[in-house]
Design a protein around this ligand. Structure first.
Ligand code: HEM
Length: 485
C-alpha cells in the first residue's frame, strides 16, 4: 500500500514511445513546436519525449507553463549542461549559464544596467529613443536606395545592421555603417547560432553525431567559429574600454559593467564576466529584434489594408512636420494591437532557450526529477483555441475593446518573452523599439510586395522563426522624405 502510494506520487509524464538510439528525434519534424502541440492534444500539457538518450519534458499551455515557471520558479530556473552552451560568450554566459548564486548576481547586474541605459526613466528613455530614431531614419534611406528604379530587395540583412547598431551604441557608444562589410558579416550569422542552440537541434542531444562527417558536425564547427569570432570582437572592444576607463564618466554599458564587475569584487564575478555579459546582450538583442522587424515588414506587405489602417491612425495623431515618439503610444492603439498580433501570430521564439530542473518537482500531478531538460512551448500559448478565436488568422483588432482601446488582459496573454526567473531582460526595450520602428517607417514610407512573388507565412526554424526570404519595395509617402538616388 505504501509502495503504491509513493509509486503513484512519482508518476512521470506520459509520452510517445522512444525508438532505440534516436528516441523521438525523427518525429520532431521541421517545426517542433507544431509537433509538440499535436502531442499535447494526445498526451496532455506535460509530456515526455526522448531525444538520443536524453529524457525531455515539454510544457504546453498558459496555466501549466505558469504553474511551472512562476509558481515553482527556482525548480525550473536551470539550464541544461550542454556542451554547446559552454562555448557561448566565452563560457561566461548568463543566458545559457546554470542557476546559482553567481548567476543571480549576474542577471541582476545585466538587467539593472540594461534598464539604466534604456527605459528606467523618462530621461534615459528619451536618450535611448534618440539612438533608435537615428537608426530608423538611416534604415529608411537605405531602403529607399535599394528600392530606386522600382527594385525589390530582401530587407532582413539591413534590419540586422540597424538593430545591431542600437545595441552596439548602448554597449560601446559606437555604430557602424550599412556599408561596413565586416560588421555585416559579424552580425549576419544568427541562423547558425539559433539552429545549434534551438530546441530541435541535434548537436547536444546526440553528441555522437559529431564524430561523423555530416551536417550536424559542420553546423557545430561553424557554431564554434562564429561564437569565437563574436567573442573576440567584444573582447577587443572591452579591452579598449578598460584602457581608457575613468570611474567618473560612464560612457556606455561596457564602462558600467567594468565598474560593477572589475571594480566591485563584492559582486563575486571575475573580470571576464564583463565580456560574457556584453556578448550575451549583443547576441540576444540583435537576432530577436531583427527577426521581429522582418516579420513586421512581411505582415505589412501581406496585408496592405492593415498597413493603410496603421498609416491612417498615425497620420491622425502625428503631423507631417515631426516624427512619432514614444509619447504618442497611448494615442496609437491600433499600432500597439498590430505589434502584439505580430508577436502572437508569428510566435517567433516558439520555444524558449531550454530549461532544466534544479530539484525534483511535480507539475500537473507528474513527477519530474532534478536535472531534467525542459522545453517550454510558447507557441502553444499564443495559438490556444480556448484563448484566441481563429488563432491562425492575423487580426490586430482582436486586441481592441469596444472603445477601440488596447485590452491589457488580452495583450498580457501573449507569451514571447517567457515568464519566471529566466524571463527575458530585453522586453521593455524591445517593445519600445518595435513601436518606434513601426510608427516611424509607416509615417515616412509605404511598403509594397513583389507581384512576382507568392508571399507565404512559412518559416526557417532555429531559436527564432524567420520568414522565408521575400522582397519588398519601399516608397516615400507624399513629400515627407525624398528618395535618394
Ligand atoms: C532570454 C525573447 C530581446 C536579452 C530570452 C528568452 C526569450 C526571449 C524567449 C528565453 C527565456 C527562457 O529561457 O525562458 C526575446 C524576444 C525579444 C528579445 C522575443 C525581442 C522581441 C532581447 C533583448 C535583449 C535580450 C533586446 C538584450 C539586449 C535576453 C537575455 C536572456 C533572454 C540576457 C537570458 C535570460 C536568462 O537566461 O535568465 N529572451 N528577447 N532579449 N533575453 Fe530576450
Amino acid at each position: 500500500c505504501m509502495w503504491v502510494k509513493s509509486h503513484r506520487q512519482k508518476k512521470g509524464p506520459p509520452g510517445p514511445f522512444p525508438w532505440p538510439f534516436v528516441g523521438n528525434a525523427m518525429q520532431l519534424g521541421q517545426l517542433p513546436h507544431l509537433t509538440f502541440c499535436k502531442m499535447a492534444q494526445k498526451y496532455g500539457n506535460v509530456f515526455k519525449i526522448r531525444l538520443g538518450s536524453l529524457d525531455i519534458v515539454v510544457l504546453n499551455g498558459d496555466s501549466t507553463i505558469r504553474e511551472a515557471l512562476v509558481k515553482h520558479s527556482s525548480a525550473f530556473a536551470g539550464r541544461p549542461n550542454f556542451t554547446s552552451f559552454k562555448i557561448i560568450s566565452g563560457g561566461k554566459s548568463m543566458a545559457f549559464g546554470g542557476y546559482s548564486d553567481i548567476w543571480k548576481a549576474h542577471k541582476r547586474i545585466a538587467h539593472s544596467t540594461l534598464r539604466a541605459f534604456s527605459t528606467i526613466n523618462t530621461e534615459t528613455t528619451k536618450q535611448f529613443e534618440q539612438h533608435v530614431i537615428s537608426e530608423v531614419q538611416d534604415l529608411i534611406q537605405v531602403f529607399l536606395r535599394l528600392s530606386s528604379g522600382g527594385q525589390y530587395f530582401y530587407p532582413y540583412h539591413e534590419c540586422t545592421v540597424a538593430i545591431a547598431n542600437i545595441i552596439c551604441a548602448l554597449c560601446f557608444g559606437k555604430r557602424y555603417s550599412h556599408d561596413d562589410q565586416e560588421f555585416k558579416a559579424l552580425v549576419g550569422r544568427n541562423d547558425k547560432f539559433g539552429q545549434t542552440v534551438g530546441a530541435g537541434s541535434l548537436v547536444d542531444i546526440m553528441p555522437w553525431l559529431q564524430a561523423f562527417p555530416n551536417p550536424v558536425r559542420s553546423l557545430y564547427q561553424s557554431f564554434k567559429d562564429l561564437n569565437r569570432e563574436f567573442f573576440d570582437f567584444v573582447k577587443s572592444k572591452v579591452s579598449q574600454h578598460r584602457e581608457t576607463y575613468n570611474p567618473e564618466i560612464t560612457r556606455d554599458m561596457s564602462d558600467a559593467f567594468i565598474g560593477l564587475i572589475d571594480h566591485s569584487p563584492g559582486a563575486g564575478l571575475s573580470k571576464d564576466y564583463v565580456e560574457g555579459t556584453v556578448t550575451d546582450l549583443l547576441g540576444a538583442g540583435q537576432d530577436t529584434n531583427s527577426t521581429a522587424l522582418t516579420w513586421i515588414i512581411l505582415l505589412l506587405i501581406k496585408y496592405p489594408h492593415i498597413q493603410q489602417k496603421l498609416q491612417d491612425e498615425i497620420d491622425r495623431v502625428v503631423d507631417q512636420d515631426r516624427l512619432p515618439t514614444s509619447g504618442d503610444k497611448t494615442q496609437l492603439p491600433y499600432v500597439q494591437a498590430f505589434i502584439y498580433e505580430t508577436l502572437r501570430f508569428s510566435s517567433f521564439v516558439p520555444i524558449t532557450i531550454p530549461h532544466s530542473t534544479t530539484s525534483n518537482v511535480t507539475i500537473d500531478g507528474f513527477y519530474i526529477p532534478k536535472n531534467t531538460v525542459v522545453f517550454v512551448n510558447q507557441w502553444s500559448v499564443n495559438h490556444d483555441k480556448t484563448t484566441w478565436n481563429n488563432p491562425h488568422i492575423f487580426d490586430p483588432e482582436r486586441f481592441l475593446d469596444e472603445h477601440g482601446q488596447v485590452d491589457k488582459d488580452l495583450t498580457s496573454g501573449v507569451m514571447i518573452f517567457s515568464v519566471g526567473r529566466r524571463r527575458c531582460i530585453g522586453d521593455q526595450l524591445s517593445m519600445l523599439q518595435m513601436f518606434l520602428f513601426t510608427t516611424i517607417m509607416l509615417h515616412q514610407c509605404s511598403f509594397q510586395s513583389n507581384p512576382k512573388e507568392q508571399l507565404t507565412m512559412d518559416c526557417i526554424n532555429g531559436l527564432s522563426l524567420k520568414p522565408l526570404p521575400f522582397t519588398v519595395n519601399v516608397r516615400p509617402r507624399g513629400n515627407k522624405t525624398r528618395e535618394v538616388s
